[in-house]
Write a protein of this length. Structure first.
Length: 122
């Protein structure tokens, strides 16, 4: 059983069951401070966002491979070094949990029982 996936899925269910414009959820491992986040937009549903400014070269390479599986590309919205992986997910919370748990397990290399914080801001 994938505990990271199950925890993320449960949190995303809470978020989408109690939706409001501008709501978001952050899932962060507190020691490394690696995180993924999802915003909620009433018009389009969940929006995945994972900033990459603190990624090492190896983490960036792993992230690029993992995100390509989901059809997500790196976006650089300015001329500086700020870039992130972004994607509209809609209301597919299973896909959102797959993306988030894949980042945790395959990019950040956390084990399945790694504790992480979930913050829902509404």
């Amino acid at each position: 059983m994938n505990q990271i996936y199950e925890r993320m899925l449960t949190a995303l269910k809470v978020l989408t069951a109690n939706v409001g414009e501008g709501w978001f959820i952050i899932m962060e491992e507190p020691e490394s401070e690696f995180f993924v986040q999802f915003a909620f937009d009433e018009g389009s549903g969940l929006v995945f966002d994972c900033p990459t400014m603190s990624f090492s070269e190896e983490e960036m390479a792993r992230a690029t491979r993992v995100m390509q599986r989901f059809g997500i590309e790196l976006e650089n919205l300015s001329d500086d070094e700020f870039a992130s992986f972004n994607a509209d997910i809609g209301m597919d919370i299973e896909k959102a949990a797959q993306i988030g748990s894949s980042m945790f397990r395959e990019v950040f290399m956390f084990s399945d029982n790694t504790p992480f914080n979930i913050v829902i801001n509404c």
